[in-house]
Design a binder for this molecule. Sequence first.
Ligand SMILES: [Cu+2]
Length: 195
Amino acid sequence: MYCTSMLLTIQHSAALISLIGALVVVGVVLFLFTTSDQGDEKHEAKKMVYALRGKYFLGLAAVIVVGLVITLGMLPYPKFQTEAPDQTIVVVGSQWSWKMGPGELPAEPKKFKGKSTITLPPGKTIQFLVTASDVTHNFAIYNEQGVLLAQTQAMPGYWNDLRYTFAQGGTFKVLCLEYCGAPHTVMTGKIVVEQ
Ligand SMILES: [Cu+2]
């Protein structure tokens, strides 16, 4: 199982950070709740919380600034604007299916003739041009272990440029990450990567 890996994936790290943040909030609420009706001590507790609030704000601001400085350079977008992809795939999300295939940007995405299963080569930079024909969807590619590899919003009237290189062969699942109606979970696709 992939979760037995010693390395935390980005999703696991995000979940862990969210959990810790939620526990801190619960702790503060419990502290306020248990100290709010203790007469004279109320004033002291209030002062303590206000003092902590200032430090918490500064700490949080420092974490955000350092995080931005470290990670902004890792964003792939500037690089992608200058590098030509090896292959372009048009992706149109519609309630409740994905249409994928090679081709030019269609004037009317609704009429784009794509398939929910496509085959792509490994080791090539694939440019996914993603849009939607009705409501907002989210085009997300998962590997066989259920790990999210790449995703972008699929929005009516916009084309989002998502680049991804499949390092090796395999069968990859396409899911919608934006709730788009009751049958949202059946909105799936498949990308088979082979030579
Ligand atoms: Cu959806």
